[in-house]
Design a binder for this molecule. Sequence first.
Ligand code: GCB
Length: 598
Amino acid sequence: PNTGGALYPQATDTRDMMTLDGIWNFRKSPTDPEYGYRNGWYEQDLEKSGPVIPMPVPSSYNDVGEDASLRDHVGLVWYDRRFYVPSSWQQNKQRIWLRFSSWVNGKLVTYHEMGHLPFEVEITDVVCEKGSNLLTVVVDNTLLSDTVPQGSIRDTFVGINKVKQEQTYTFDFFNYAGIHRSVFLYSTPQIYIDDVIVNTDIQGLTGFIVYNVTQKGLSDGGSVECLIQILDKNDSQVAAANDCAGLIEIGNAHFWWPYLMHPNPGYLYTFRVSLIGIQGETIDTYNQKIGIRTVTWSNTTIFINDKPIYLKGFGMHEDSDLRGKGWDPVLWVKNFNLIRWLGANAFRTSHYPYAEEIYQLADAQGIMIIDECPGAELKMKHCAIKYVAHKQSLTELIRRDKNHPSVVMWSVSNEPRSANRLADAYFGEIVRHVKSMDLSRPVTIAISQHYVADRAGQHLDVICFNRYNGWYTSTGSLSIITNNVVDEANAWHLKHNKPVIMTEYGADTIAGLHLIPEYVWAEEYQVALMSEHFKAFDKLRQAGFFAGEFIWNFADFKTAQTITRVGGNKKGIFTRSRQPKASAHHLRTRYLSLAAAD
Ligand code: GCB
């Protein structure tokens, strides 16, 4: 059950917070998933329960060791560590929260399905008043037909003996597992701010903030008031209100603009909420960063603050050497520096929600995000079971990311089997679900099916398509690219009368491989393939409905082992260690010149 967790944890005047990041104890479970439970791997006596190895948190566990059995492990792994709760939290009768999935002191406190999205649980009643607490986390990386994303398990035999289980999946990124993001221990008062929902609007020079604050923990008949303060970048108050829901007007507001569309992009205000008790005392405070901006769209164009916007970016991955998908501030500050160096203004969180800190960086730098739920390569079989999990992933995604100005579009899936006859009803329902939670952003899917066969496009606000002309189709043939891209984008627009974005195109490229005339896998080929696409994009921009271009991919990334992947997917314009290929310089020239023309 998901009992909270919409708000990113923070320390304020009334709350405290610490992370439980660091080196944890770790062990793999044998194939029998019950083994660790039967043997009390969550009990206090670590010695009795067997040997453990050190494991960093946050990080994927797969690439930290030196043997393939850890990298390729299928099933459960167990993490544990001890932690102390500051006695001041308990003396002040604070509620104590753990943000994510775990066992505490031998009691099951929470459970969560699906990676990539946060969850939390209150542990006030299970932590010790004095001494340490044992926190145990069981992580299962098994993917089946009814998980999001999907996969299947294959038994490997030598003769008639089953030797191991192998996870197979069709999506093209390594199925990293582990505790990928920070673990937070934090406190709130008994009566606390549970959620803050902010929407913004603009009229002339005036910004409007429409908000709703919900609180929990009030006893029957009790009452609290809200104090809302809007602080500018220098922490000076520019507006205030006394209702828990309402509208705040800001004259001469600083609007949130995308990078390179304004000298001061990514302007953020602080929306400070305080719960005030009957004696005027401050009960709880939370500081939510917000940006004042609008996203609107027509049948040809996406607008930010009523200005037409052309999205220039890439698909990305949470992926790096050693850490796998583990949140890493060094990597992401570098990524954002490279994004701005390129003159890009957008990326898609292909193919799952990224760490919350990444959206915070994007908010502050004016980088726009197409926020994708973990519905990668959905197959339409097992539709009914899938539907519940898929909808749940969107509920949690929107709950988490609703207040980020950087998020300008929801992507409900990447490359689903949208030609299937069930796809019409299925995606109709999925999009209705998103709209029931958020009407302020357009909804899309990165479609790979042919425009004639696809049945999902009719339900979307913006059509995104992925296509590998000159790579998977007509390999090595550059001359077909421009016309194919122009024809396909035109066909999508003709069919649906909606804005169109190309969300994937590209070519695998080994950094340092040089071949002329251009030849697949060489840097020259990637550059030439891009140039043919650029010609198409320029023609399409003239046609008036083309809203963006996203190369695949920002950087090289790890995949499952196949003979089509040389050390992983090499379609990055940067290597996995974030050094530029010739393509990065080529893209930079284009994105900067487009920005200058905008
Ligand atoms: C795609 C997928 C992406 C792959 C890419 C490729 O269509 O959306 O996940 O990595 O193609 O390189 O094959």
